[in-house]
Design a protein around this ligand. Structure first.
Ligand code: F6R
Length: 608
């Protein structure tokens, strides 16, 4: 998704912002651009494709200027061409602007500006904002930006410079993250703290409706009424190494292998052994309030939605509370039935997914209490919910989500345990659950230690064109997740089904070429899934099964097996998903795919 970096100080801005922008490459983008301002005017350079293409064009001749902006764009309005790349400028070429988000009334604004004889050079919604600022400029860039924002409907994180005020940078936020980085005699803006780690760890996160005005000597944060706002300066505790690959070939593999640690971090300090329960400091709901909840709605997108499906299973099975899972994109438009006794939990790695954020807002408007299960601290969803559980899984950079998924399931298990102990679960059952959770990170490490076995099997399936994933109970969402991982990074068509549904249609697809991945740990549905495997084998399908250590029946039937250690039925998804993450990864590598940046995908989807 789009990335913004801005700089004002005494160093040359162009090389600095371009380097910083590279830290945001992981988010996915399809064009890049920079603008610099100096005493002589504004220079803008843009190129479709990667930042490397832009750098090649510049060939070391960076436009001079100690105020600079840079942007990576992920196309929404208009193709990923040079004309549509940011920064966008006004007619006179005095204003340059970069923008993340969508200006919803761009059409109407464009029409008015055309009537005022503005000349547009792109198909983007963003360009209208540059012209609007030009129209409203009356000696102060900050005032012109604030005035322009009053006419805008939609979402934005934006940054603007002008050749008329070469030492000023103005940034604003509405629904798309922007933060200010504080340096010594220099200031920065960025859409993501990762971009600034090399330069500063002191940051101020803007809230919706706020505008930041930066010069080399200071910064001011203003609200919608241009009143100055005092904001807390936060310290970022990630170091640069955390956002680098740590010696792995891809971020995705690094993040898969980090799961013992990321899970430990999710569980750290939250398990209470004697009481057989868990504590979550941030949920902001008393035990009485938790007991008043009569229904839980889990809402999310993509991989997080799969975690939600496992959460539904956990909550209904253990806490005996009615639970539903909704795609956030559907929930927000569905006239959902929620009231003050409903708890709506938004699950999101990035905390920025537009649909999940909108679903949370919808739920709040209807009086529901809201929680967020989120990885990125200070993200938009984390800001808007009544309380929540941070995953503490560390930055996830590979576009395909892996460690966030297992941490989401762990966080849902922690929350379930808390609720279940209040409602139905005995202290002994609670203690057993706590022990199983404590044991999980080591079990995850044991599964990952055998990654080479998965790699050897994956190589044999690198030429597959389709794959079917089957599972039952809480391992049905794991089948969905395995199929999603495969399709998004290897471009092999894959579908997940509850195993018993196969005979209602998909069985027609099975022949000797069709790989069928069966998630079949020894749990309450094992006997049933054995029959499903037999059905596949009877039709010549090639079966790859995830089974529990010591399994004999499916191991005899299947062509290949990956084993996982024994845990409680409810927690098997945390283990059974691991071979499927690795399987997708190794197949994608064998096919030569760009694993960390699959085509057409972005790390966080901040548009509808
Ligand atoms: C798939 C994947 C996506 C995300 C989805 C939601 O590997 O990463 O499906 O899970 O876009 O993103 P978050 O969790 O950031 O809300």
């Amino acid at each position: 998704m789009c990335g913004i970096v801005g700089y004002v100080g005494s160093r040359q801005g162009a090389p600095l912002v371009l380097e910083a922008l590279k830290r945001l490459e992981y988010r996915g983008y399809d064009s890049a651009g920079i603008a610099t301002v100096n005493g002589k005017g504004l220079s803008v350079e843009r190129a479709p494709g990667r930042i490397a293409v832009l750098e090649a064009r510049l060939d070391g001749r960076y436009p001079p200027g100690t105020t600079a902006l840079a942007h990576t764009r992920w196309a929404t309005h208009g193709a990923p061409t040079e004309q549509n790349a940011h920064p966008h400028t006004d007619c006179a070429g005095t204003i340059a602007l970069v923008h993340n988000g969508i200006i919803e009334n761009a059409g109407a604004l464009r029409k008015k500006l055309l009537e005022r004889r503005h000349v547009f050079r792109s198909e983007t919604d963003t360009e209208v904002v540059a012209h609007l600022i030009e129209e409203l400029y009356d000696g102060s860039l900050a005032d012109a930006v604030i005035a322009a924002l009053r006419s805008i409907e939609g979402t934005y994180g934006l940054a603007v410079v002008s050749s008329r005020e070469p030492g000023t940078l103005v940034a604003a936020r509405m629904g798309s993250p922007i933060l200010v980085g504080i340096g010594d005699g220099e200031h920065f803006v960025a859409s993501d703290a990762a971009a600034l780690l090399e330069h500063t760890r002191s940051v101020v996160y803007l809230d919706d409706g706020e505008v930041a005005v930066l010069t080399r000597d200071g910064y001011q944060i203003l609200d919608r009424d241009t009143a100055q706002v005092e904001k807390a300066v936060r310290t970022i505790d990630w170091d640069l190494k955390t956002v680098e690959r740590g010696g792995f070939a891809h971020f995705m593999l690094k993040e898969i292998m980090e799961q013992p640690e990321s899970l430990r971090n999710t569980l750290r300090g939250r398990l209470l052994d004697d009481a057989g329960t868990s504590r979550q400091g941030g949920i902001n709901l008393s035990d009485d309030e938790l007991l008043d909840i009569d229904r839980i709605v889990l809402t999310a997108c993509g991989t997080s939605w799969h975690a939600a499906l496992i959460g539904e299973y956990l909550l209904e099975e253990l806490a005996r509370v009615a639970c539903e899972v909704e795609y956030a994109s559907e929930f927000r438009y569905r006239n959902p039935i929620v009231d003050e006794d409903t708890l709506v939990i938004g699950i999101s790695q990035s905390g920025e997914t537009a649909d999940t954020l909108a679903a949370i807002r919808e739920a709040r408007q209807r009086g529901a209490r809201t929680l967020g299960i989120v990885n990125v601290v200070g993200s938009s969803i984390a800001h808007e919910v009544d309380g929540g559980i941070y995953l503490h899984a560390g930055p996830e950079i590979g576009v395909a989500s892996t460690k966030a998924f297992t941490s989401q399931v762990a966080a849902l298990a922690l929350f379930t345990l808390h609720l279940a102990r209040l409602r139905t679960l005995s202290v002994l059952q609670g203690r057993e659950f706590v022990q199983a959770l404590r044991h999980l990170p080591d079990q995850v490490a044991a599964v990952l230690d055998r990654a080479d076995e998965v790699e050897a099997v994956a190589r044999q399936f690198a030429d597959a064109t389709n794959a079917l994933y089957l599972g039952r109970g809480s391992n049905f969402p794991v089948a969905l997740e395995g199929a999603l991982k495969l399709k998004e990074i290897s471009y092999i068509h894959a579908e997940g089904y509850p195993a018993a549904e196969m005979k209602h249609g998909p069985i027609a697809l099975i022949d000797h070429q069709m790989p069928v991945v069966v998630v079949a740990p020894r749990d309450g549905t094992y006997a049933k899934i054995v029959s499903n495997v037999q059905e596949v084998k009877a039709r010549g399908g090639r079966v790859i099964a995830v089974v529990t250590e010591g399994d004999e029946e499916i191991t005899t039937l299947a062509d290949h097996v990956f084993t996982i250690p024994v845990t409680l039925d409810a927690l098997t998804p945390v283990l059974s998903v691991l071979p499927l993450q690795l399987f997708a990864y190794y197949i994608a590598v064998a096919r030569g795919c760009d694993v960390d940046k699959p085509r057409n995908l972005a790390k966080s989807v901040t548009v509808e």
